[in-house]
Design a protein around this ligand. Sequence first.
Ligand code: G3D
Ligand code: MG
Length: 181
Amino acid sequence: MRKISDDRRLWKIVLAGDGAVGKTSLRKRYLGEGFDTDYLSTMGADFALYDTEIGSTQIRWQIWDLAGQPVFKEVVKAYYTKIFGGVLVYDVTRRQTFENAEKWLNDLWANSGRETKVPVVLLANKIDLREEGAETVSTEEGSKLAAKLGIKFIETSAKTGEGVKKAFAYLGEDILSYTSQ
Ligand code: G3D
Ligand code: MG
């Protein structure tokens, strides 16, 4: 019998964005129970493996997650190198995290070791906490930034689960076209 894993594509992706925006929570929400995490404690990063389908393509996500702010350039390089894509997150309740998003994206692209820009999806997280007000980042601001950066945009809540599956599906679709170019 043919083993399905023989055909699976392994896609390394990274979570990017300021501390406490919800990167780890989003990953856990998407993966649910029963995923494997390999801790690379010396690096301050770990990754989780998760098998799914994008359309009819069998893939295995290798989702990298940083424990904190990387101190060494080498860590940043190892984290980003040979990725197929990224999930870029900001917290709608903290404007500064939105303002830092572009810097995270540029770091990601610059360190990916790819000749062209890998697919990235921009996530406006914690929408369950959104209140009207100047401090809160609006939907329009988020989608404008995504359009400017040339990436997809989706609003999410790791708490309620809203948008989370869709975010990874969007990324998967973009990676599928990226890898078949
Ligand atoms: P990080 O991995 O980007 O650093 P975490 O962020 O996933 O550790 O999340 C930081 C805090 O924000 C956590 O709270 C987490 O529960 C909360 N959080 C993450 N996503 C959401 C969300 O969508 N809605 C709400 N309401 N909270 C969220 P604690 O209190 O555990 O530090
Ligand atoms: Mg985290």
